[in-house]
Design a protein around this ligand. Structure first.
Ligand SMILES: [Zn+2]
Length: 97
């Protein structure tokens, strides 16, 4: 979703307003930051190894590969990387570490 957003803005910026590229860059960076912030705050991850539910940092959220309903992140409980199920925080009880 994030990469689709960046690609869309990138393509649009090439065809529209090429002389105002810096405005598009601002929109791109701001929009991506908002999206990642929103995503980081609203989603948690369920470890397939130990069943722990955890949140990740904004940087990890941005850098980790996302595969639809799963995300490749490091579990703070068993300290191993795995394809964790993505959960909406509002629907799941979270215990903070
Ligand atoms: Zn785990």
């Amino acid at each position: 979703m994030l990469f689709a957003f960046i690609a869309l803005i990138g393509i649009t910026s090439v065809f529209l307003l090429p002389h105002r590229w810096y405005l598009w860059l601002t929109v791109l960076v701001g929009g991506a930051a908002l999206l990642v912030t929103w995503h980081t705050k609203n989603f948690a991850y369920l470890c397939p190894r130990c069943g722990d539910v955890f949140e990740v940092s904004m940087l990890e959220d941005l850098l980790s590969p996302n595969g639809g309903s799963k995300k490749y992140v490091k579990c703070p409980q068993c300290r191993k990387r795995a394809w964790a199920d993505i959960l909406r925080i509002k629907e799941q009880p979270i215990h903070k570490k």
